[in-house]
Ligand binder design. Structure first.
Ligand SMILES: Nc1ncnc2c1ncn2[C@@H]1O[C@H](COP(=O)(O)OP(=O)(O)OP(=O)(O)O)[C@@H](O)[C@H]1O
Ligand SMILES: [Mg+2]
Length: 246
């Protein structure tokens, strides 16, 4: 069995018929970090959502294979159970559920290992400490009244609790101050182990803490260039202008 998340020639359109992804191929192996950069509207979030199985996006061609299993037509829930995870660019607000019970539900539903309440509590507290969350976070309603930075940290906290096989992080660095960026990076580095990570970002400042093995540039629904982290620095200096009119 080949261990990898293999996206092949993925074509995706929205439910209302707009073509967004026009043949994306990407193979992410356990332990690798792939950064995806690209101008606004180029399809980065769509790629993440499509791989997770968001019903708004329709795969018209190509496939998504997770450790040799074709998941292209599976429900989002089944994909999550197989080890796919997405931390959203704009986390949704959920009313009436506090953070601790949400995490308890998610881990119960998605984790193969059965955590006792005590083990669960320990893991939760340990991760919260690393992320410098105060205790009252557990009692607060999910995302309600969270600051932008707290939302981002709570997403990384979910990742640290769930330890998926492959994780999309959609702009985990947006809206974080320097300390916040360092904290989420530390947590990511410490839980990563053999996780395959696809990190969508606009800024190379995250490179200070996280070292991607590959950098891909997505323009108008296609990967137009791939390279190592030096590509990120180039883009930071030159922008995406050189990919236009191709
Ligand atoms: N729910 C939606 N309804 C209609 N169009 C959509 C929807 N989601 C995305 N699109 C369109 O798909 C294209 C790609 O959007 P996407 O969010 O994937 O871009 P992105 O690369 O993540 O951009 P950004 O850097 O701004 O986050 C855009 O033209 C966008 O308007
Ligand atoms: Mg986006």
């Amino acid at each position: 069995m080949m261990k990898a998340l293999k996206i092949s020639d993925l074509h995706v359109k929205t439910r209302d018929g707009k073509n967004i992804l026009k043949g994306v191929s990407l193979t992410v192996k356990p332990g690798e970090i792939h950064a995806i950069m690209g101008p606004n509207g180029s399809g980065k979030s769509t790629l993440a959502q499509s791989v997770m199985g968001h019903p708004f996006f329709k795969v018209t061609k190509g496939k998504i294979v997770l450790d040799s299993k074709d998941v292209t037509r599976l429900s989002p829930d089944k994909r999550a159970k197989l080890g796919l995870f997405l931390a959203y660019q704009n986390p949704i607000e959920v009313d009436g559920v506090n953070f601790a019970s949400f995490m308890r539900l998610a881990t119960k539903n998605l984790l193969k290992e059965k955590l006792t309440p005590k083990e669960f509590r320990n893991r939760l507290e340990d991760t919260a400490n690393k992320l410098k969350f105060k205790d009252d976070i557990f009692k607060r309603n999910l995302n309600e009244g969270f600051s932008g930075g707290e939302k981002k940290r709570s997403e990384i906290m979910q990742l640290a609790m769930l330890k998926p096989k492959y994780a999309f992080l959609d702009e985990p660095d947006s809206g974080l101050d320097v300390d916040g960026l360092r904290h989420i990076s530390e947590v990511l580095n410490s839980v990563k182990e053999d996780m395959g990570v696809i990190l969508i970002t606009h800024y190379q400042r995250i490179l200070k803490y996280i070292n991607p093995d590959f950098v891909h540039v997505l323009v108008d629904g296609r990967i137009v260039e791939s390279g190592d982290s030096s590509l990120m620095k180039q883009i930071d200096e030159q922008g995406f202008g050189r990919y236009e009119s191709k």
